[in-house]
Design a protein around this ligand. Structure first.
Ligand code: PLP
Length: 427
């Protein structure tokens, strides 16, 4: 780890904690971050030439694995002609057409440069459309670093948020109400109190930033009903869950139609892309058609659009959801057998997302149900996996990502790693 360590020592002098996104700093698992230099298929190679099986996938975008040849060719082709023009380009039309063709909840969309921007802009659009100011989010859901979405849960149902980050004025956080996951009765009470003030409810398609908190179909159907009853728009933040479900999208998994959908990660194939979209009638409120302003110097950038288009084209051609379910059909029963007598470790998977949870008989559905010791146990598991050449996200809150470049060989490596963790008494 000599080169990684040298790079880290240099990095901390010019980048806070040596990173540009906090969780990469390895603070919650211990040790120092590994500097990666190359990706190939489902493997990463670090600055010291070590190889790792990658279950992080750049935090979600790489559903095809690293350097898929068609994505690489598409990027290279555009770069040969220039990489930003500040005008409309054919690549953004192609990607928008493909998304509109495949996602029935997205008639029109606007591209932005990150998932954070997608959610922030969708909320502005919802506020501009409904003329209401308040929004409702769920405890345990992450939607990027938007001021009024970085709010902490207070006690009681109809508490409005308090800032979860320094630098977020309480006045912003107070516009956000917090709702409980997996508690329809609580949600109903909350709507009865403040439903008529709510512009939009934003929920992660499948909450996957605080463990994998899979919600029941009844709960999501109930949420849709309440939004309709009180005239609030329902925003599905599918930045992470989108293109990772057996049904492609989480809204399709639950069989509900959101009013707006936020996209990111996979849709840019590893380039900085986000998007928000929905019915044309709502999208017509965006400037210059309507009065909701939103813009971006590099939005719809041709390199990023080409990467996203090539990724989605390959995704549909290869029927990636089916490929993933095949991997899951291999992994799930083996993991289940391995953990049958291990009371303190559970495994859950939905599509290409998976998560290990600790000291619970059932997979948690709320952030509050996650065992307090999880971070400490995961830190040990993470270290063991790294030593075996397996790169998992450096935080117990984060899910693991399968990708279409994986085979049973890689799943066996994961199974062997877990077996070793059990044998060593880590879990
Ligand atoms: N929404 C969800 C559900 C996410 O998982 C994330 C990032 O992990 C975001 C929004 C923010 O996306 P970005 O990091 O691209 O700004």
């Amino acid at each position: 780890m000599k080169n990684s360590q040298t790079l880290y020592d240099q990095a901390v002098k010019v980048l806070p904690a040596g990173v540009n996104s906090p969780v990469r700093a390895f603070r919650s698992v211990g040790g120092t971050p590994i500097f990666m230099e190359k990706g190939e298929g489902t493997y990463l190679f670090d600055a010291d030439g070590n190889r790792y099986l990658d279950f992080c996938g750049s935090w979600g975008p790489l559903v095809l694995g690293h350097r898929h040849p068609e994505v690489q060719a598409a990027i290279t082709e555009v770069v040969g002609r220039g990489w930003t023009f500040g005008t409309p380009v054919k690549e953004e039309v192609a990607l928008a057409q493909l998304v509109a063709d495949k996602l029935d909840a997205v008639e029109m969309m606007r591209f932005v440069n990150s998932g954070t921007e997608a959610v922030m802009s969708a909320i502005r659009l919802a506020r501009g459309t409904t003329g209401r100011d308040k929004i409702l989010k769920f405890r345990g859901c992450y939607h990027g670093h938007v001021d009024y979405l970085l709010v902490d849960a207070g006690s009681g149902l109809a508490t409005f948020g308090t800032a979860a980050s320094a630098g977020v004025p309480d006045a912003f956080a107070e516009l956000t109400a917090l709702a409980p996951l997996d508690d329809l009765e609580g949600l109903q009470k909350l709507f009865a109190e403040i439903g008529e003030q709510i512009a939009a409810v934003v929920i992660e398609g499948v909450p996957a930033n605080n463990g994998l908190l899979i919600q029941s179909h009844e709960y999501i159907a109930g949420l849709r009903r309440l939004c309709d009853q009180y005239g609030a728009l329902l925003i599905f933040d599918e930045v992470l869950a989108g293109f990772r479900m057996p049904e492609v999208m989480a809204y399709a998994h639950y069989g509900v139609q959101p009013d707006l959908v936020c996209l990111g990660k996979v849709i840019g194939g590893g380039m900085p892309v986000g998007a928000y979209g929905g019915r044309a009638e709502i999208m017509h409120h965006i400037a210059p058609l309507g009065k909701v302003y939103q813009a971006g110097t590099l939005s719809g950038n041709p390199v990023a659009m080409a990467a996203g288009y090539a990724t989605l084209k390959a995704y549909y051609e290869a029927d990636v959801p089916a490929v993933i379910e095949k991997l899951g059909a291999y992994l799930d029963p083996r993991m289940e057998a391995l953990l049958a007598d291990v009371a303190d470790l559970g495994f859950i998977r939905l599509g290409s997302l998976f998560w290990f949870y600790f000291k619970r008989a059932q997979a948690p559905r709320t952030a509050e149900a996650i065992a307090a010791e999880s971070g400490e146990i995961y830190g040990k598991l993470h270290r063991l996996m790294l030593d075996r050449g397996i790169y998992m996200a450096p935080s117990s809150y984060e899910v693991g990502f399968l990708n279409a470049a994986m085979t049973t060989t890689e799943l066996d490596m994961l199974l062997d790693g877990i077996k070793a963790a059990v044998e060593e008494g880590i879990v």
